[in-house]
Design a protein around this ligand. Structure first.
Ligand SMILES: Nc1ncnc2c1ncn2[C@@H]1O[C@H](COP(=O)(O)OP(=O)(O)OP(=O)(O)O)[C@@H](O)[C@H]1O
Ligand SMILES: [Mg+2]
Length: 225
């Protein structure tokens, strides 16, 4: 019997035998605007409300206050949890620009300081560009995932992959779970979907499941067509 943590995403846990495996690394893949950041941050706040610590690390030029401004309109967003240090926002953008080889150490220092139960790296794909070397990027990912597992942490790595790029990406082989978000064109509209492509040790529901994002956040409706 594997230890699991509830995702905090309505509809998702029933697809994955109750939650994410503890510890594990989860790749959240999808095109821009499919809901990667929303899903990941909602899970952090869910854990934090249960007494966990969650850590969000961004690596892009988009500063954290901008991220927080967008997320602030969701009902799961709770400033008091940030003020209490239960949800911590960190930024490795500067370290990444100065010297990509120290980014892992910078992350590890933050992790040692806060001991998060859930960690988000959003987006991890920026690290690949900064490190600019497949072998070194693979080492970075391997060391990061191994380090976080030693903390019994669930790590969420977001990336802008679609299905065809994910099946050849090294990230896909390295993680324990792949959640693919999409918004395929249908007639004259686009609806959002979530698909669990892979989850080690879990008999998960397969196929694209409907997603709704509203002010309560990210919701999956498994089985709804
Ligand atoms: N309050 C809201 N009500 C309904 N839908 C919303 C709301 N806020 C955001 N959305 C939807 O969520 C999408 C943004 O989600 P999010 O930022 O999590 O996506 P992302 O995959 O992280 O995108 P990116 O790759 O650009 O970072 C918006 O494009 C919109 O469709
Ligand atoms: Mg995002």
């Amino acid at each position: 019997m594997m230890d699991r943590v509830e995702s905090g995403i309505p509809g998702l846990d029933e697809m994955i035998e109750g939650g994410f495996v503890l510890p594990s690394a989860v790749l959240i893949a999808g095109a821009p605007g499919t809901g990667k950041t929303t899903l990941a941050v909602q899970s952090l706040f869910y854990g934090a409300r249960k007494g966990e610590t969650g850590m969000f690390i961004t690596a892009i030029s988009e500063p954290n206050w901008v991220v927080q401004k967008f997320l602030g309109s969701f009902q799961f967003y709770d400033q008091s949890l940030i003020d209490q240090g239960r949800v911590v926002f960190g930024d490795v953008g500067e370290a990444l620009r100065d010297d990509p080889s120290v980014v892992l150490e910078v992350i590890q220092t933050e992790v040692d300081r806060y001991s998060p139960n859930r960690l988000v790296i959003d987006p991890v794909s920026v690290m690949r560009i900064a490190i600019d070397d497949d072998r070194r990027y693979r080492e970075f990912l391997h060391d990061l995932i191994t380090y976080m597992k030693a903390f019994n942490c669930v790590s969420f790595l977001t990336a802008e992959f679609d299905f065809s790029s994910i099946i050849t990406a090294m990230e896909g082989y390295m993680v324990d779970c792949i959640v693919l978000l999409s918004y395929p064109r249908e007639e004259n509209t686009r609806r959002k979907y979530l698909e669990v492509l892979k989850m080690r040790g879990t008999k998960h529901l397969t196929g694209e499941q409907s997603v709704d994002i509203d002010k309560s956040g990210f919701i999956v409706q498994p089985g709804l067509r």
